[in-house]
Design a protein around this ligand. Sequence first.
Ligand code: HEC
Length: 116
Amino acid sequence: MKTLLIASILMMFAAGSNAQEFPELAVKHGCTTCHAMEQKLKGPAWRDIAVQYRNKKDFVYSGRQYSLEDGLVRKVSFGGRSNWGHAIMKPNDMDELQQDDIRQLVRFILQLADSP
Ligand code: HEC
């Protein structure tokens, strides 16, 4: 399973002309309306998020502690604010029907800390 996910992330890279391009899934789910890879838009730059959480293991969402990946999946799914400022991230997967996609996107973001 893990290998499969890593393989699909690598495929997302191969599909773009360089490693910094947004994966299809990010466009499909509307992430690109608020996020850019290197600059802050409405939301923080994805690379800044990766750097921020580089050595972190946990993430608190709505007062509950999760593993970093699970916590970010919840935050992206149900939305939130205050970790980066006042802007709000609206819910992106309220019905939890796209959890595999959201998880792949979170993994993509987190690995940006180590990509060129
Ligand atoms: C409506 C604009 C908007 C959309 C659409 C959006 N985001 Fe965000 N995102 C934000 C804002 C604003 C923040 C900062 C929230 C905060 O300060 O806690 C954020 C924060 C994040 C974070 C960091 C969370 C934290 O607490 O550190 C991740 C990861 C993230 N977004 C991923 C995504 C993904 C993946 C998508 C697409 C499925 C997406 N975002 C769609 C606005 C958006």
